[in-house]
Ligand binder design. Structure first.
Ligand code: NAD
Length: 260
């Protein structure tokens, strides 16, 4: 379906981003990977995508807390793969703390990566997409872009910001063939959430699996984790012609979290 298209997925060395990169590669798209991690493991992922799907896969290890690095990632993708058709702004981090104790450096880091990188990436990609009359900006926000939880102030602020920024992007791009949407996942069992499960298990003296169930029970009525593959399928759908008129909206994939 996406043969000949080029997708850049930020934060795609693990978790949701990696599943999205694989999901697009399975549809024939060439992929620019990005993220942190150990070089040999990343190379195994990159070459595995090329081997499994017969597409081109490149990796750029840019640290996306820096605006110029985000813009450089987009330009590197265009240089290496010839174009950019789909940008998935996915890289993100979490830190939990009460507001009055929230470390300023953590606040700055979360806003830089979870929010400002979305601005820089979009600003760099839009001219290419508008020029070719087709493009997809897919922002991985969160249920925390729609509702809040205590002790996640920076994350909640950044993700609400992403949802607002997505709407502005959609309005500015309307009629150009470029759409912008935000996917808002509930709990997905990736490294980002495993850390929170471990913290809960430790604080309450629970087994890891019991803590995982407790985490779900507090927020996610389905009592099941969303899978990275389900999010990849949603991202691929947003890149399809069927989704050409879906723009400026949020798509919650959250087991009922935000229905309460
Ligand atoms: P993850 O920790 O598995 O993946 C995060 C990715 O971002 C990794 O590839 C990591 O290397 C990369 N990254 C971290 N710092 C970076 C930096 N400075 N520059 C470039 N890349 C960097 O986490 P995940 O759960 O897959 O999260 C992916 C996105 O999904 C995040 O934006 C997160 O907020 C969002 N999300 C996750 C959940 C969940 O329950 N896991 C729910 C809603 C939204």
């Amino acid at each position: 379906m996406l043969k000949g298209k080029v997708v850049v997925v930020t934060g795609s060395t693990s978790g949701i981003g990696l599943a999205i990169a694989r999901g697009f590669a399975a549809q024939g798209a060439d992929v620019m990977l990005n993220g942190l991690g150990e070089a040999a493991a990343i190379e195994a992922v990159r070459s595995g995508i090329e081997r499994d799907h017969g597409v081109r896969a490149f990796f750029d290890g840019a640290d996306l807390t820096k605006g110029e690095a985000v813009r450089g990632l987009v330009e590197n993708a265009v240089r290496a793969l010839g174009r950019i058709d789909i940008l998935v702004n996915n890289a993100g981090i979490q830190h939990t703390s009460p507001i009055d104790e929230f470390p300023t450096d953590k606040w700055d880091q979360i806003i830089a990566l979870n929010l400002s990188a979305v601005f820089h990436g979009t600003a760099a990609a839009l001219p290419h997409m508008k020029k070719q009359g087709w493009g997809r900006i897919i922002n991985i926000a969160s249920t925390h872009g729609l509702v809040a939880s205590p002790y996640k102030s920076a994350y909640v602020a950044a993700k609400h910001g992403v949802v607002g920024f997505t709407k502005s992007t959609a309005l500015e791009a309307a009629g150009t063939g470029v759409t912008a949407n935000a996917i808002c996942p509930g709990w997905v069992r990736t490294a980002l959430v495993e850390t929170q499960i471990t913290a809960l298990a430790k604080s309450k003296g629970l087994d890891q699996e019991v803590a995982a169930r407790e985490l779900l029970a507090e927020k996610q009525p389905s009592l099941e984790f969303v899978t990275p593959e389900q999010l990849a399928a949603m991202a691929v759908y947003l890149a399809s012609d069927a989704a050409a008129q879906i723009t400026g909206t949020t798509l919650a994939v959250d087991g009922g979290w935000t229905a309460r």
